[in-house]
Design a protein around this ligand. Structure first.
Ligand code: G6P
Length: 614
């Protein structure tokens, strides 16, 4: 949540910062702002409510010169999204400007100290308190900016990634982090700063990930210095990025979401590459292989996640219990971290997170660590906080996901969980060798089957037109397809703002069936599986009450076709991996309904992709 960018070097800073903000807009788009230091060492701050495009329009009449600057795109926490609450924030004397991603929890306390000392405030934000406090510390201790930031942050409780610039000093940016991500890009005679590597990759692939309680002293024509809050100097660890620029472009698609939906046949190939052998007879997930004893002895697996990743976790529960016979519990990270859960040293905790930055999931990982559990991460963003905080893990390798609604990350997560379950089952000998090989064959067939579903794009687009103005939707599934139903409903509500609920099909009769009438579209996932007949009965119950049924069925199905109002066919798939194909038509249906409504598909209102606040 909130994206921050910084630049210092020989180029004009403004275009670099604006481009960077566009790349980070998925992190929030309530307001945008920039602070630049011009040739004459003046500090200029421009900021406005709304998206980065609004900021560009606003600054067109202003001086945007300068080769150093910082910029911000906001997802509001404290204070409504308006011009005043937008970042950067000035200090009292307007000599400092600061941008911030995170939440300062004790800001009321700090604000009182400042009010008692005659400071006044323009905004309602915790961020303004922080910049004022840094200036207060700087003045009272008579220290330079780096020391002032260091001393001030020792008093701060909460999460932050910050960058500060100072009037009269065009040669320096001071940045720091705790619990919110921050990356420094090292170019030739220039430095870049950002919440993630996407604004940096265009210029350099050499990056340093700033760690918790570290301060980056970024000075023109000097090497990068990393000093922690307790004044210990660290050697910067330089990493080489693997990402490519083309992965960050729309590649001819009208939206990132549609591009990402269509990428799935390839992202699954990338996800399984090097993990399923070329003969298609074995799965090797190195994180499991290297910790074989842990998995052999595990008494229980707890999976923690949020949002779409939580839906993938529910599928993981089915897979692991079914194939490995280890009890699994799935927890919302935000609940788990605050409810004094029982965590034992022989538990394995799996944390699933696309961004690897979700604050609640990260906190759940830390809690599990305190209790001595072994922690396995399933992340997409390489080098992200959760990936680094876990003992080991597997990246899903689906490439950057830009659309706020998660699509290819979901199927990547389910694919990794499938490989994880197969690997553990093999070691624990809870799966017959022939069945193990059969399932590997099925998993390898997923990309081709996804391709066949994607060929029905036009048909799904036509279907979407019938339901554009529905006010509610129900999504039903059973077994492995129940989490797929939850995910389908989440996709629709996120991007089209239509109320949608996912439900286990058989639970309908315990309440929700009362909602069924001719106005209620019901999406029923009724692919051929061990409970197919039961699902058919549930569809019959809906039809008896005149509900309109859109069914996702297996190719060649005739029974459901005779019952449902509309059918979308997906290739036959063993039930363990069914959500990998049944998810695709649900993603496309949600996408086209949102497009028909004219909604901003890639940046839905009130949402952000990387939720770094709890
Ligand atoms: C936000 C995103 C969702 C995502 C969830 C968890 O709500 O909009 O798409 O599923 O966070 O994010 P994570 O990065 O931890 O998977």
């Amino acid at each position: 949540m909130c994206g921050i960018v910084g630049y210092i070097g020989k180029r004009d800073a403004y275009p670099v910062l604006i481009k960077g903000l566009h790349r980070l807009e998925y992190r929030g788009y309530d307001s945008a702002g920039v602070a630049l230091i011009s040739e004459d060492k003046e500090l200029h701050v421009y900021k406005t409510k709304g998206k980065v495009a609004n900021l560009e329009q606003m600054v067109s009449q202003h001086d945007v010169s300068g080769t150093v600057g910082i910029a911000h795109t906001r997802w509001a926490t404290h204070g409504e999204p308006n011009d005043v609450n937008a970042h950067p924030h000035y200090s009292q004397s307007e000599s400092l400007a600061l941008i911030h991603n995170g939440i300062i929890e004790n800001y009321m306390l700090l604000k009182q100290v400042l009010l008692d000392n005659g400071y006044t405030f323009r905004s309602c934000t915790d961020t303004e308190v922080l910049v004022q406090f840094i200036e207060y510390v700087k003045k009272t201790n008579k220290v330079d900016l780096r020391h002032a930031v260091q001393i001030a942050l020792r008093e701060v409780i909460g999460a932050y990634a910050i960058a500060v610039v100072e009037r009269g000093n065009p040669d320096q940016i001071i940045a720091a982090r705790k619990s919110s991500p921050l990356v420094v890009g090292i170019g030739k005679d220039e430095f870049f700063l950002a919440s993630d590597a996407t604004p940096i990759i265009e210029y350099t692939d050499q990056v340093v990930y700033i760690k918790d309680e570290e301060i980056a002293v970024i000075r023109r024509d000097e090497p990068l210095r990393i000093i922690n809050l307790h004044d210990i100097e660290k050697t910067p660890e330089i990493h080489t990025l693997e990402m490519s620029l083309s992965q960050l472009e729309k590649g001819g698609y009208p939206h990132f979401m549609l591009k990402e939906i269509n990428e799935q046949p390839q992202t699954i190939v990338d996800c399984i590459r090097g993990r399923i052998n070329v003969e298609g007879t074995d799965v090797i997930l190195s994180g499991v292989l290297d910790n074989r004893e842990r998995f052999l002895n595990a008494q229980r697996i707890i999976i923690v996640a949020c949002g779409t990743s939580w839906h993938a976790a529910l599928i993981g529960e089915h897979l692991i219990e079914d194939l490995c016979r280890i009890p699994v519990e799935v927890e919302y990270a935000s609940e788990f971290r605050y409810r004094n859960p029982v965590i034992r040293p022989d538990d394995i905790v799996i944390a699933i997170s696309q961004s690897g930055e979700t604050a609640d999931t990260l906190a759940a990982v830390e809690l599990a660590r305190e209790h001595g559990a072994f922690i396995y991460g399933i992340c997409n963003v390489i080098g992200s906080s959760i990936a680094r905080a876990t003992d080991t893990g597997s990246y899903i390798h689906v490439g950057p996901e830009i659309g706020v609604a998660s699509t290819k990350a979901f199927t990547g997560q389910v694919t990794v969980l499938s490989m994880l379950a197969l690997t553990i089952a093999k070691y624990r000998q809870t799966i017959a060798p022939e069945y193990y090989r059969e399932l590997i064959g099925e998993l390898s067939s997923v990309p081709e089957k996804m391709r066949r579903v994607l060929e029905q794009d036009a048909q799904i687009r036509d279907l979407s037109k019938i339901f554009t103005y529905a006010h509610n939707f129900i999504y039903l599934g059973r077994g492995y397809n129940y989490p797929a139903a939850l995910e389908g409903a989440l996709k629709l509500k996120e991007i089209s703002y239509i109320h949608a609920e996912g439900y286990p099909a058989a639970e309908m009769k315990h309440g929700p069936i009362a909602l069924i009438d001719t106005e209620m579209p019901v999406v029923a996932i009724a692919t051929t599986d061990s409970i197919y007949e039961k699902t058919i009965s549930n569809i019959q119950e809906i039809k008896a009450r005149k509900g309109r049924v859109i069914a996702i069925v297996t190719e060649g199905d005739t029974i459901v076709r005779n019952l449902a109002d509309y059918c979308i066919e997906v290739p036959r798939m063993v039930e363990n991996f069914a959500p990998l194909v049944s998810a695709i038509p649900l993603q496309l249906l949600a996408y086209y309904i949102a497009v028909n409504k004219g909604a901003n598909v890639d940046q839905p209102r009130n949402l952000a992709k990387s939720v770094t606040v709890e």
